[in-house]
Design a protein around this ligand. Structure first.
Ligand SMILES: C[S@@+](CC[C@H](N)C(=O)[O-])C[C@H]1O[C@@H](n2cnc3c(N)ncnc32)[C@H](O)[C@@H]1O
Ligand SMILES: [Zn+2]
Length: 265
């Protein structure tokens, strides 16, 4: 399958025309051309990667945390919220863990396909390996290299949100599913290791036209964390860019997030 399954839905980051796919590359009618990486993703960033893009080490730490099932109830809530969506975009996808869970969920949904978008080329490489997931490198704060109304659902999990662009690429009636951390999220890990506080993330700011709130589900549960898992939880987030602690402690903590479902009117 690969990125070609999104032919018609991807646009040129230079001029906005729809990209046509050829073996090994995508090009627009004005001859702007973008190579498809050997690993299957398409880089439409059209500029240097910003400094806050996820690194290999962050992606590896996040992969171990997801494989341990620490965020499974969150992934289940996201998969339930996408409902019958067939074409799903995950923005700020990282490893595309949540997108993959949505594609796997349900029976008889082989027609589902997912596009993982991230500003990190390392993330795109990881995401492109997943079945039925295609990956593009792009900056969520710019015009997305995506055609209007091409998606039934957009996921945005612990990632930057560009509501105007999410609205543009969703079809009317499509859904935005966003996950935001609540103040209690991994609070014991943070207080035991003097880490960055979670910035106030007013998920409620999502409730504005053309988005209408369908549901806001609080997902909170206890997680016993080993020292290694605490180290991974620190290494997979913004603290990895600051001063990660040399030693970590095992703690009893909580995952505490809100899963927002909004409909694009
Ligand atoms: C905290 S991670 C969350 C990843 C994934 N959604 C998850 O929960 O496993 C945030 C992701 O957003 C990406 N990101 C940061 N700034 C971005 C931007 N301007 N455009 C696109 N992606 C961005 C990072 O590279 C990273 O993969
Ligand atoms: Zn072009």
């Amino acid at each position: 399958m690969g990125i070609g399954q999104f032919a018609g839905a991807l646009t040129c980051p230079v001029c906005g025309s729809v990209l046509a796919f050829e073996p090994g590359r995508a090009a627009c009618p004005r001859r702007h051309s973008f190579d498809i990486a050997r690993q299957g993703y398409l880089n439409l960033l059209n500029g240097p990667q910003p400094k806050n893009a996820d690194t290999w080490a962050m992606l590896a730490a996040r992969g171990r945390v997801h494989d341990a099932g620490l965020f499974d109830p969150v992934a289940d809530a996201v998969a339930a919220a996408v409902s019958g969506a067939r074409t799903i975009l995950e923005a700020g996808a990282g490893t595309a863990h949540y997108l993959a869970r949505c594609l796997d969920a349900g029976v008889g949904l082989d027609a589902r396909k997912g596009l993982a978008l991230d500003v990190s080329t390392a993330a795109a490489r990881v995401a492109a390996k997943r079945p039925r997931v295609a990956a593009v490198v792009a900056d969520v704060w710019k015009t997305l290299p995506l055609a209007d109304a091409g998606f039934d659902a957009v996921l945005c999990v612990f990632a930057p949100r560009n509501l105007a662009e999410f609205a543009r690429v969703l079809r009317p009636g499509g859904r935005l599913i966003a996950v935001t951390p609540n103040p209690g999220h991994l609070a014991a890990v943070r207080s035991a290791h003097a880490l960055l506080a979670i910035p106030a993330d007013k998920g409620a700011a999502l409730e504005r036209p053309p988005f209408e709130l369908v549901d806001a589900v609080a997902v909170r549960y206890a997680v016993p964390l080993s020292r290694a898992q605490v180290a991974d939880l620190i290494a997979m987030g913004p603290n990895a860019f600051h001063h990660p602690p040399a030693n970590t402690l095992a703690v009893e903590d909580h995952v505490d997030v809100t899963v927002w479902t909004l409909e694009r009117r």
